[in-house]
Ligand binder design. Sequence first.
Ligand code: SF4
Ligand code: SF4
Length: 147
Amino acid sequence: MEKPFGQNRIRREDLPAGENLCEYCTAKCCRYFALPIDAPETFEELEYLRWFLLHDRASVFKEDDDWYLLVHTTCEHLRDDNRCGIYATRPKICQDYSFTNCEYEEDSVYDLYLETADQVWEYTEAVWQPNARCARSRKPELLPVLA
Ligand code: SF4
Ligand code: SF4
C-alpha cells in the first residue's frame, strides 16, 4: 500500500533535491477553491461580501489589491491518503499548480481576511462610515443618574 502523503512534515527549505513537497503535505490546495472578485467600491458591493459570508465555509481575502472569494470545500477526488484520485486526468488548473509557490507553509497571511458577515460589517463601517447603516442593535439609553 502506498504511504499516505502528509504523514511526515519537512520545512520547504529542507526538501531534498528531486523530491516532491506534496508528499509532506495534507493536500492543502485540494481543500478549497478561490475565485477572483471585483474589489468592493460601493456600499452595495460590500453588501455582496456580507451575503457571501452568511454562507458557511466561505471567506473573502485580499492580496496585492486583488480580492477573492474563498470556499473551504474538499475536492471529491481527494483520497483519504491525501493523494489525488484522478491524478492522470486531473483538471489543468491542478496540473499547472506547483509546490514551488504554494500555501504549504502554515504561517501564510493575507493583506486582509474576512471570515464572518460581522467582520464585513465592521469593514463596511470603517471604509464607508457616513453611509453605512448599522446592523447592530441600537445602543441602549443610559440609566438616569439619581441625585
Ligand atoms: S501544491 Fe503545495 S499545498 Fe498543494 S499538495 Fe503540494 S505542497 Fe501541498
Ligand atoms: S482533482 Fe486531484 S489535484 Fe485537483 S483538487 Fe482534486 S484531488 Fe486535488
